[in-house]
Design a binder for this molecule. Structure first.
Ligand SMILES: Cc1cc2nc3c(=O)[nH]c(=O)nc-3n(C[C@H](O)[C@H](O)[C@H](O)COP(=O)(O)OP(=O)(O)OC[C@H]3O[C@@H](n4cnc5c(N)ncnc54)[C@H](O)[C@@H]3O)c2cc1C
Length: 671
């Protein structure tokens, strides 16, 4: 059993990264030319890593299952990216970003990694501006900021509601320069289906060409996994339909530990589910909570009248509304962290105050913001005694300029005008904080195998604050991995090319092809989606926000039974040697069916409420509301990892105890 050594450098938090960089081994530019690195994934994490490694001189082979890096799920990111630049002069600093992130993650992130993240956050913005990323600017032309949940400063840089897309175009153009130079070989429409280990080191991958079906062997001196999150284990989530766990899960099965699988972010502002035939949920960006106020009716009669169509939300006066976040958390108001907002929405809906037919919706209302902005504009434009309509129109124009694309998206999906009728929102699966365990170098428990971006576990603890995933992905790819990987590769300067005609590659390829053959030839009764939907239901009902021992034990046995049925009765149409999306999905769902069980086991062993999850029988501590973080031991956070031994149920728990020796985190709950 491998021991978990996080390799955190000694010394005070603020000096660790600088000291580390000053003392690691480097690879000289001439030697970098002799070293190959495989990067699986070209979203923001993998794209930025590929571009930077190639710029440094390494030979990069980059893989993505989409037809272009531009289509990675990162493109969906709406609201923004954090950086401790303190452009607003509102008291921000590296320490505050670090503190907010650790506290926001319910004290379960690794401090040293988070401090480094805060330090490099400022560089990311400079890098992206240099690439031409069109961040929003204020009246004077300076970069603008807005606020996200769980913080008391404005540090979020944004490009309207399309920040991920613009950042991805930046990373993609940096990659393209290297593709043109021949330093990156780009394998679009290729799916990694296994990692190849030689003498305990990651030395390559087996990939399937998704257009021809051909199975390919690729070798390198190190392998980087940047394959994104696994929220689609719930079937319904805000993630892109293709997001999956396969790359992370395959490396887990080859010895890379997996940490905190059950920590899932349940985002508070998603468009509520409309029925059983839906395959996707849509996020309404957290940035909307800068101006939107969340409420449900105070009185049950009004709830019933709204549900039955006898009243509209706009009929209710201010006194008849319960702005429950402002009531419960006056300092943070509507900008509490996501886990707090999600739990509070669920609490109100469970108490019967949900405002749609399913009882699973609360309002996000822009009326106050439209009026506030309208009055301000009227003053600026010297309009004396503006009419209510004038104020409304002026205010709406400002709200539209800030969030127009999100409002348009909402109207298209729900067929209601959110400027006139408050949006309805409900929590949904959004991000996975758990993932592949990595040390300070972002290396997994397998030598030469790295994991970055959403696919790893280290920075967000039990809950991620808004606008911090893009920051982490780009920090890992542009500024952390390119240093830390050199320390490992410096031992490989004389190794030479890694051959692929060896028994290790042959065996891995055989495993991959026999699984694909099985799917095509099984000829069972049920589609892959049939199993995925069933898994999603089990996960949401028993391993979702509210969890209890009985439900988790049931979930584990139901998932096991479903997995067994899948391997008997799944039907995959089409052929091996052609483009076959059903075949791709089959492999991914097979992996979700294993991950789901491990996920439930983690939740079962973890007798605590934290992040977006309530452990129903959990203890309530002084001053904590139901479902708020219960710290383990006194000043410890913990992460845990599992060793895969054939069956997820055999998973072995390890503990990595992280002492809070550098900071004092006394304030546990959000007031
Ligand atoms: C709707 C939405 C809005 C969001 N908004 C924000 C926001 O405003 N701010 C913020 O900070 N975060 C936001 N997030 C979170 C953030 O977008 C993601 O966490 C982040 O983009 C993940 O980046 P990544 O590079 O790790 O993975 P991804 O962008 O998911 O990229 C994964 C890459 O891996 C490849 N891949 C995966 N498996 C394989 C395989 N087996 N073989 C080959 N290639 C593979 C894919 O092709 C892709 O290139 C949002 C998320 C969602 C769902």
């Amino acid at each position: 059993m491998a021991t978990l050594d996080s390799k955190i450098p000694k010394g005070p938090l603020k000096d660790k990264w600088t000291d580390y960089k000053n003392h690691i081994d480097l690879v000289n530019p001439a030697n970098k030319r002799n070293i190959d690195v495989i990067v699986v994934g070209t979203g923001l994490a993998g794209g930025s890593a590929s571009a930077t490694l190639a710029e440094l001189g390494y030979n990069v082979k980059a893989f993505a299952y989409q037809d272009s890096p531009r289509r990675a799920h990162s493109i969906a990111a709406q609201g923004g990216i954090n950086a401790a630049k303190n452009y607003q002069g509102d008291g921000d600093s590296f320490y505050r970003l670090f503190y907010d992130t650790v506290k926001g993650g319910d004290y379960r992130s690794r401090e040293a990694n988070v401090y480094r993240l805060a330090e490099v956050s400022a560089n990311i913005i400079d890098q992206c501006v240099a690439q031409g990323v069109p961040f929003a600017r204020d009246y004077g032309g300076l970069l603008d900021n807005r606020s996200f949940g769980g913080v008391l400063v404005s540090r979020t840089f944004y490009a309207k509601g399309q920040t991920g897309q613009q950042l991805l175009l930046g990373a993609y153009s940096a990659m393209n320069r290297q593709i043109a130079r021949g330093k990156i070989e780009m394998f679009n429409r290729h799916e990694m289906l296994d990692v190849v280990l030689v003498d305990g080191k990651a030395r390559g991958i087996i990939a399937r060409n998704l257009i021809t079906g051909e199975i390919e062997r690729h070798s390198a001196h190190a392998v980087v996994i940047a394959s994104g999150g696994y929220g689609n284990v719930y079937f319904l989530s805000t993630n892109a339909m293709g997001s999956n766990a396969t790359a992370a899960w395959k490396i887990h099965k080859k010895g890379a530990y997996f940490a905190n699988p059950c920590y899932t972010q349940i985002h508070p502002t998603c468009i509520p589910r409309s029925g059983d035939y839906q395959s996707k949920l849509t996020l309404m960006s957290e940035s909307l909570r800068n101006d939107g106020r969340i409420w449900v009716p105070k009185n049950m009669e009004d709830v019933m009248a709204i549900r039955e169509g006898r009243k509209k939300p706009t009929d209710l006066s201010e006194e008849q509304r319960d702005y429950y976040l402002e009531r419960r958390y006056p300092a943070f108001g509507n900008l509490v962290p996501r886990d707090v907002a999600s739990r509070a929405a669920k609490e109100r809906c469970d108490a019967g105050y949900g405002v749609n037919a399913t009882g699973e919706a609360v309002y996000l209302d822009f009326k106050s913001a439209i009026e506030r902005y309208g009055k301000e504009q009227a003053k600026l434009q010297h309009i004396t005694n503006p009419s209510a309509k004038e104020v409304y129109d002026l205010g709406q124009a400002i709200v539209e300029a800030k969030y127009g694309n999100l409002f348009q998206m909402y109207e298209k999906i729900v067929d209601e005008n959110p400027y006139e009728t408050p949006m309805m929102i409900y929590p949904a699966t959004h991000y996975t904080m758990g993932g592949v365990w990595v040390d300070y170098n972002l290396m997994t428990t397998v030598n030469g195998l790295y994991c970055i971006g959403e696919a790893n576990f280290s920075d967000h603890g039990a809950n991620r604050l808004g606008a911090s995933a893009l920051m982490q992905g780009l920090a890992d790819g542009y500024f952390v991995l390119p240093y830390t990987i050199g320390d490992y590769l410096s031992d490989d300067i004389r190794t030479g090319k890694i051959p692929t005609d060896t028994k290790e590659f042959e065996e891995a390829e055989k495993e991959v092809t026999s699984r694909l053959d099985f799917f095509i030839n099984n000829n069972g009764e049920h589609s892959v989606d049939y199993y995925h939907k069933k898994l999603g239901k089990i996960m949401w009902n028993n391993v979702g926000m509210a969890r209890n021992e009985k439900g988790l034990v049931e979930a584990m046995s139901e998932i096991k039974a479903l997995r067994e049925d899948f391997w008997k009765n799944v039907k995959v149409p089409g052929d091996l040697n052609e483009m076959n999306p059903e075949l791709e999905k089959a492999g991914r769902v097979a992996d979700f069916l294993e991950l789901g069980e491990l996920f439930a086991k983690d939740a079962l062993l973890r007798e605590e409420s934290c992040g977006g999850h309530f452990r129903e029988e959990s203890v309530e501590l002084d001053g904590l509301q139901k479902g708020e973080a219960k710290r383990n031991d006194k000043d410890y956070a913990f992460v845990s990892a599992w060793e895969y031994k054939g069956e997820p149920a055999d998973a072995v728990l390890h503990k990595e105890e992280l002492e809070f020796n550098d900071i004092e985190l006394k304030q546990r709950s959000y007031k």
